[in-house]
Write a protein of this length. Structure first.
Ligand code: SAH
Length: 394
């Protein structure tokens, strides 16, 4: 198979030589034979030396690299990628009682544009690039071969993640199997009902597994407020950890319903838990000072683009300032940002400004990120998207 070729401007091969997997449109000198949206292309430097092979895309990131070797991107290629990804996860899973995990994490697994989350017998595949969308059937076949006996269904969910301008029809649906398996999956021994068809993202926030475990260790005897609870992940861990009471808050009534369901699934008849469908800021503002001594702040990405970074940082500052001001003396705050454009330093500065505004004594006990089934490709630091701090407020 010969792929169409893209030639870079002189000197623009530097980032590829350092294995960064993106080619920006400004780096391109010309393309041979008009590659189409999502097509596989080869990239060459200005002296016609081969650099990489990847998926091309209309936009500022013009190519996402699949391999730095001159090789064919076919079913066998994908199979090898899935095998490598599955080996890492099997090692991790053997050590935790979980069948909820991320199988492919885009660039972190050398598969830019492909997210796959597994819930028991179901894999939810999500394409973020036209190239991965076009490869979906080949990907599903390769995944099914590698994961045979482990997964029974592959649900494709990309209607909301593909770039709109690509004009691609992406219908959500099963590429393999069907909805004939349980929707209850397990994370660290806790059960969660996961609605991969209608829920947010692929149905569950998988990236907080280790951070939830840490919360469990801090929860004993504490009055916990879980802000932005979604399906109640942190709430269930807090209850298992021996919290005195747990209040869960989310602006979505559906999320509150799912949280209540998950609490009931794990702790039938539990009286320590209550959930409220309310705006987080409003809830915090009206909360009595010292009602809680453990607060989780895990908001949605306040900044999806660099353009709104400043407003996002103001949002993090405001949210953290209210929590720091209101929490009981000796209280613990788990605070997160999942915005990719917000760096670790930006986030820490926003929390610092929040603390300074309150004048309270605040210590950082832990610095958190996503766990190992969301690996960060060392050549692609943008893949580190979760930033978290555990604060002690005196
Ligand atoms: N902590 C969750 C994931 C949070 S995702 C977990 O561990 O699973 C972010 C959540 O914030 C979503 O459920 C969304 O419905 C909710 N949300 C968004 N804006 C909100 C607001 N202003 N107030 C309260 N909740 C909000």
């Amino acid at each position: 198979m010969s792929y169409k070729k893209i030639y870079l401007n002189p000197g623009k091969e530097e980032s590829l030589k350092r294995f960064h997997p993106w080619v920006f449109s400004g780096a391109i000198h010309h393309a041979e034979g008009r590659p189409e949206e999502g097509e596989i292309v080869e990239i060459y430097d200005s002296r016609k030396n081969f650099l990489a092979v990847g998926h091309c895309q209309i936009g500022s990131i013009a190519v996402r690299v699949l391999s730095f070797k001159q090789e064919e991107i076919d079913g066998n290629f994908w199979k090898k990628r899935f095998e490598t990804a599955w080996t890492l996860r099997q090692d991790l899973l053997n050590k935790t009682n979980s069948n909820i995990f991320r199988l492919t994490h885009g660039e972190g697994d050398n598969m830019p544009g492909l997210i796959t989350d597994v819930y028991g017998k179901t894999a939810v595949m999500q394409a973020h690039t036209p190239g991965m969308h076009l490869a979906r059937f080949e990907l599903a076949t390769a995944m099914e071969e590698v994961m045979a006996g482990f997964i029974e269904n592959i649900y494709y969910k990309s209607e909301e993640t593909l770039p709109f301008k690509a004009g691609l029809e992406a219908e959500n649906g099963y590429l393999y199997g069907g909805r004939n398996v349980s929707d209850i999956a397990v994370e660290n021994g806790l059960q969660f009902r996961v609605d991969w068809e209608k829920g947010q993202k692929t149905g569950f926030f998988i990236d907080q597994r280790d951070n939830r475990s840490l919360l469990e260790k801090y929860a004993e005897g504490r009055d916990v407020l879980n802000m932005f609870c979604y399906t109640g992940g942190f709430s269930c861990y807090a209850l298992r950890g021996g919290a005195s009471k747990v209040h869960s808050v989310d602006s979505s009534a559906k999320a509150v319903h799912l949280t209540n369901e998950n609490v009931a699934l794990n702790f039938p008849g539990e009286m320590r838990h209550q959930a409220f469908a309310e705006d987080a800021f409003k809830y915090l503002e009206k909360t009595d000072a010292s009602a809680y001594d453990l607060i989780v702040l895990d908001p949605p990405a306040f900044a999806k683009h660099r353009k709104v970074l400043k407003n996002a940082l103001q949002g993090y500052k405001k949210l953290n300032a209210i929590a720091i001001e209101k929490i009981r003396t000796g209280g613990i705050i788990f605070t997160f940002s999942c915005s990719q454009v917000v760096t670790k330093e930006d986030f820490r500065l926003a929390v610092f400004s929040a603390a300074a505004q309150t004048g309270r004594n605040v210590k950082i006990l832990h610095q958190l990120t996503q766990q190992a089934d969301h690996p960060i490709n060392i050549y692609h630091p943008e893949g580190e998207y979760i930033k978290g701090l555990i604060l002690l407020v005196e």
